[in-house]
Design a protein around this ligand. Structure first.
Ligand code: NAD
Ligand code: HSO
Ligand code: ZN
Length: 842
């Protein structure tokens, strides 16, 4: 149902914005005012109809009608003959037929010509609009409304100068009165208030008087049942611009469309009486307010100020959306694209309702472009260089287990690089899996943790945490293992104690200026001990011993339970030895989230350390990026990897054993051998050793999968080998080469280096004293492995004496002046002034 009157604009009539509240208008089309009507259709929010007043339907006129349809005109009113001709020339036209026959010849004052709308289903044609003859009185026109018709009335007659209008009621209001019905005792009309996107703001009541006031002031005015006329926003400032008024299907409810300003519609300062908007609407209002006063340095401010950055992000996100495959991934990327696209809209004052209007207009188009993409976008794909991929291999159970082999001298650089690519899943894939897990734990704490453990670890636990003191029967281990742990513990302690900076470091940088740095432990630390494919008690040592050495107050362990719901006794023993406060009995992203946000039973940690699979690593990165979590992480430490540089003097058995010791960690681990200046025969010997040793390993199935994406690269010189290794930045680098120690200075990027034939990586994994929690995925380029400093923060302090102030005071003031920060300058100036140190001119 629409407003029960349709304003008619003659071709030369001035447009009256006050009539727009009707929500639609009909414009006389004389064949030469196409552009004027198109411009109204594109810029106004009303439904535009057109009355065809042309003498013939020339090709030119048909072309104009096509243009009107393509630019949002809802319907063209034509006689049956004209309409048929239009339909034959324009596809899917929206015609409304007008009849020249008077339907009520006895009534001399009102000439009615019936109008039927040609719909897709012609049988449903309606006759609800009627043209009113010029000179008809307001009462005559209103009576048409009572008959259930909507009169089409010249716009001038609806203006407020119309002679028969009672002083406080507008003609437009007069039309609505006969149509409105109410069954309420107080005679008011239920009124739904919405914004231009039809988002509900609240429910109110209207009276004839309030409707009249609303139209007169073009603002939101309602009828309060307690306080009479209610000019929305008169006291709060949250005023409304009236856009349109509609009646519902049975005329007893109004829909008032407004543009809300200020703090929102509700007296509780929310967008609507049902709370705040979310989704795109909420994003829009955030962006609008950021545009007005985004804090300096904020990302949104940067986006608004830097057009190139904003455009680049839109293109980047559009491309990522086209790459996305899963439902979650597509939603994720589309949300990013909407964010940046909306930022650009808001920057240029374009609102969501402008976009919706445009969509509606496009849906009305009758002729469409072919829809092909612009050549530059098609060519881009066609021209994109084909990515070289490492050969896909599957090592079956009967196959020989050996690494893929390439020769750097004969292969292309791209082929060699492809072999050095790590078998990682796309981070967007993982993130979309991990985000809901982390969110769930953040919201639902222990309950979520127990559910997720049941889901992923297949154990239903009673409690997600084990608190100290730990009972003896939970740490039943053999004396042999206890001794091994104790030896390893001590070596790790000694090496990490040596790293512990206990003294205050003080330097006099200029005479009288003393700068110091001292370490303090991070108070609460979370140690993640992996336990998916193998339980790694050694990792509990690598994390908790440095924490103990650094002096952390609370050490919290997390490790997934076994199928029996129990923790590994060795892990409990280490927890007991370092005085851990509790053990979170959970793994994966859920354990990370529990330590980052805390739950009813698990304390929130300040920093989370430890390796893990891709879910663990992704969750760590997610919480580290959430400023609400206020939780740091050590580094991204994912699937284990090793790169061995070997020469012809290396023992093939030693080389093979080092490759396999990391290959057995997991199917996503990778091992790389750089065989320097070795013949095919010499490499064959290593392959044979790999096969022989692998077949004897209990985890041979995991090894097969890891080795299938692992490569031996034959390379000519040692220099080239180190250059390649530095580019790969392995977690572990093993040097099985002659005079290995002399080559260590060539290492720029690696987590930990194992020098010489007798230094297997396993020693570092367990007992030598170095830490085995190391950066993977190439992060060794910029991250260190876990060390004592990982559990500390460093505080600096300074003492500036009178002499010191005279040394550096002017430099401070001069730089503060460059930055326009006079308060900074003044802090030095007042001191120097009082001390008589201020040079002339300051
Ligand atoms: N870089 C280092 O310093 C270092 C040290 C030790 C171990 N590692 C690596 O740590 C990794 C340990 O991985 P892991 O899997 O054995 O143990 P993990 O403890 O990291 O992960 C196991 C947990 O992952 C979760 N999980 C499993 N499948 C899931 C799914 N489909 N969706 C969501 N969550 C799921 C489960 O909750 C399970 O408890 C290995 O890759 C190993 O190489 C690295
Ligand atoms: N090599 C692993 C680090 O990447 C650590 C480890 C634990 N146990 C055996 N190995
Ligand atoms: Zn290992």
């Amino acid at each position: 149902m629409t407003y029960p009157v349709l304003p008619y604009y003659a071709a030369n009539a001035a447009t009256k914005l006050s009539l727009d509240i009707v929500g639609q208008a009909i414009y006389e089309f004389n064949g030469s005012n196409t552009d004027a009507i198109v411009s109204i259709s594109k810029t106004s929010k009303i439904n535009v109809l057109v009355d065809l007043k042309v003498s013939s339907l020339s090709d030119e006129i048909i072309e104009s009608i096509l243009k009107l349809y393509n630019n949002g005109v809802a319907s063209v009113f034509a006689t049956v003959e004209e309409g048929n001709e239009i339909l034959s020339k324009i596809p899917n036209a929206r015609i409304t037929y007008k009849s020249n026959t008077l339907v009520n010849e006895t009534d001399k004052s009102i000439a009615l010509s019936s109008i039927s709308v040609a719909t897709e289903k012609a049988s449903e044609s309606v006759t609800s609009f009627v043209f009113a003859l010029q000179g008809s009185s307001l009462d005559e026109l209103k009576s048409i409304t009572k008959l259930g018709y909507i009169p089409i009335v010249k716009s001038e007659l609806l203006s407020n100068e119309y002679e028969n209008i009672p002083s406080n009621v507008y003609p437009i209001v007069e039309f609505i009165i006969p149509s409105l019905v109410t069954d309420r005792a107080d005679g008011l009309f239920t009124t739904l208030v919405v914004d231009s996107s039809n988002q509900c703001l609240g429910l109110v009541y209207s009276s004839i008087k309030s409707i009249s006031e609303s139209i007169k002031t073009q603002t939101g005015v309602y009828q309060s049942r307690k306080h009479g006329l209610w000019y929305k926003g008169a006291t709060s400032g949250a005023t409304q611009k009236l856009l349109s008024i509609d009646l519902d299907c049975d005329n007893d409810c109004l829909k008032v469309v407004v543009e809300q300003s200020g703090s929102g519609f509700c007296h509780l300062s929310t967008n609507s009486c049902f709370g705040n908007f979310n989704g795109l609407k909420s994003l829009e209002s955030t962006l609008v307010s950021r545009k007005q006063d985004a804090p300096e340095g904020s990302y949104t401010k940067r986006l608004f100020d830097d057009e190139d950055l904003l455009n680049a992000k839109i293109k980047e996100e559009a491309e990522e959306l086209t790459d996305a495959k899963t439902k979650e991934e597509i939603a994720w990327e589309a949300a990013d694209l909407f964010y940046f696209a909306l930022a650009r809209c808001v920057k240029y004052g374009v609102s969501i309702s402008d976009i919706e209007k445009n969509l509606d207009m496009k849906s009305l188009k009758v002729s469409r472009r072919k829809g092909d993409a612009k050549p530059k976008f098609i060519e881009k794909k066609a021209e994109a260089p084909k990515k070289v991929e490492a050969p896909k291999r599957v090592i079956g159970s009967g196959d020989k287990i050996h690494l893929n082999r390439v020769n750097a001298e004969t292969a292309t650089p791209e082929e060699v690089e492809a072999c050095l690519e790590r078998p990682i899943q796309k981070s967007a894939d993982i993130m979309s899996l991990v985000t809901p897990i982390v969110e769930n734990v953040k919201q639902n704490g222990d309950k979520a943790l127990l559910e997720l453990t049941a889901k992923f670890d297949k154990v239903q636990l009673e409690s997600p945490v084990l608190k100290a003191p730990f009972s003896e029967d939970m740490m039943q281990i053999s004396d042999k293992v206890k001794k091994a742990i104790d030896i390893s513990f001590e070596n790790i302690r000694i090496f990490h104690e040596a790293q512990n900076q206990k003294d205050i470091l003080t330097v006099e940088t200029s005479p009288g200026v003393y700068c110091s740095r001292f370490a303090r432990p991070i108070e609460k630390v979370g140690c993640y001990i992996p336990g998916g494919t193998a339980v790694l008690p050694s990792t509990s040592l690598m994390l908790s011993v440095p924490a103990l050495v650094a002096g952390c107050k609370e050490i919290i362990f997390a490790s997934p339970p076994g199928k029996d719901g129990k923790l590994t006794p060795e892990v409990v023993y280490v927890a007991h030895k370092v005085g851990a406060k509790c053990i979170v009995v959970a793994g994966g992203a859920q354990a990370v989230a529990a330590m980052a946000y805390g739950t009813e039973t698990i304390p929130k940690c300040d920093k989370i350390m430890g390796p893990g699979n891709q879910f663990v690593t992704a969750a760590k990165m997610l919480v580290a990026n959430d400023s609400n979590a206020l939780c740091a992480i050590d580094m991204p430490a994912g699937p284990s990897e090793v790169l061995v540089i070997a020469d012809k003097f290396a023992d093939p058995d030693f080389v093979a054993s080092d490759l396999l010791s990391q290959a057995e960690h997991g199917i996503d681990s990778q091992v790389i051998l750089l065989a320097v200046d070795m013949t095919d025969k010499e490499v064959d010997l290593i392959d044979e050793a790999v096969n022989r040793q692998a077949l004897a390993l209990p985890r041979v199935d995991i090894v097969r999968q890891c080795i299938s994406h692992s490569t031996t690269i034959q390379i000519k010189t040692m220099e080239e080998a180190f250059e390649m290794s530095n580019r790969y930045a392995p977690e572990h680098l093993i040097l099985q080469i002659e005079d290995a120690e002399s080559w260590v200075p060539k290492v720029d990027n690696a987590g930990s280096v194992f020098v010489g034939a007798l230094s297997p990586e396993s020693c570092g994994d367990y007992s030598s004293g170095t830490n085995h929690t190391l950066p993977t995925y190439g992060y060794a380029r910029m991250y260190s492995g876990v060390n004592t400093a990982t559990f500390q923060k460093f505080i600096t302090s300074q003492v500036v004496t009178k002499q010191g102030l005279s040394e550096i005071g002017c430099a401070v003031m001069d730089l503060a002046e460059v930055e326009g920060l006079d308060g900074h300058r003044n802090a030095v100036r007042v001191r120097m002034e009082k001390l008589g140190l201020l040079p002339e001119g300051y």
